[in-house]
Write a protein that binds this ligand. Sequence first.
Ligand code: NOJ
Length: 453
Amino acid sequence: MKRLTFPTGFLWGAATAAYQIEGAWDQDGRGPSIWDTFSHAPGRVYENHNGDIACDHYHRFQEDIEQMKKLGLTTYRFSFSWSRIFPTGVGKPNPAGLRFYHELVDALLNAGIEPNATLYHWDLPQALEDQGGWLNRETAVRFAEYAAFLFREFKGKIKLWSTLNEPNGTVVGYVTPAFAPGKNDPSLHMQVVHHLLLAHGMAVREFRNAGMGNANIGIVIDQWQRVCETGTPAEREFAANETDAYYIGYLDAIFLGKYPQSLHDRFSFEVRPGDMELISQPLDFQGVNCYGRYVVYTDEKGNVCSRFDRYPRAMYDAVQKIREYRPDVPIYVTENGTACPDVLGKDGHLHDQDRIAYLRDYLAELHRAVQDGADVRGYYCWSLMDNFEWGAGYSMRFGLQYVDYETQERIWKDSAYWYQTVIAANGFDLEEPLDASGGGIQYAATLVQPEKF
Ligand code: NOJ
């Protein structure tokens, strides 16, 4: 048995995103986002699910904060819905939308929970999509205006800000039909990436100009290593291309101010003088989203594909990868978690041992990174509660709390009780040593891997 204790002051959190939990999609003056349009179009999302009601957090945030208090969370990561604040993305702010976020942030502060706000979690106002969305450079300018408004509005209240969550989630919406806006044109990849990162850079400049005192700003990137199953030349090429396009391309741009040459070779996109300087401005922290890794393999028909692999050491590697770029950068793990085939028992309990094992192993790997000198300041479990999992609708449950979507009741899974003890102790006992292969402890339960990955 080994006791793993995290640094004093380490923040323990849970994460959510506006479209995935808020509901109230057309209430109090909110404008539509690309996810409203996409999910309302038949056949786009699993069983035509949508975020119209979701977890009804817009009306239940007070109760949700009560649950956070019970869990012992010291921080909570949420995102602003751009179109709740600016219904068409620009112009005059919507007072009711703004009031909601003020009430949310005030209630968090009163509860002693540090708010961590993301400005953009994939829900572009539809009105901006109608003007070209992320293919239009002007969208980055609109984003910076929206960001500057929120900096002024929440100055002194919110100390942790992220510009973008996982730009990949937006890019996928332009290069495949799976996510909003569902453009399905792979050639658009880098133009979308570049405009997103430009938006990030312009927002960081606004943040610095706004004199935000002791508040910090960063960006959240999802880090996915790729390994090849057999290592044929085709697998290697696939893995290298995906790594640059969906992973290293972001880190090179943010930390080194340049894209890998392979991305210039494969895609046509416009970069104007000064863009890369804006994109690579120093950040106060790096947000790491880590779920696992991809295994690149060749199927029976000879096609090269990739599949999700649960691999706890990905957490250690993700943190170390950031340190290779900038050894001293403060890090927050802004997302980590898993979907499990959660079934509520007749006794009203949900025994998700598998999720507990997942969280335990990834946290043990995070602890190892801290022991090796990484400046990790906090960890956010994805997610506070089950919610709208994008293209998979409500079919995938990632929550610490089970949501009964009929009644909106929140029911603690065993993992929530477990996480509560981890927070209270600022760590946990690891009963078995970590598997040296990085695969973690072998699990008794069979895991149904999230389809999306
Ligand atoms: C990535 C995203 O940021 C979040 O929105 C999503 O629900 C989780 N990870 C799980 O897929």
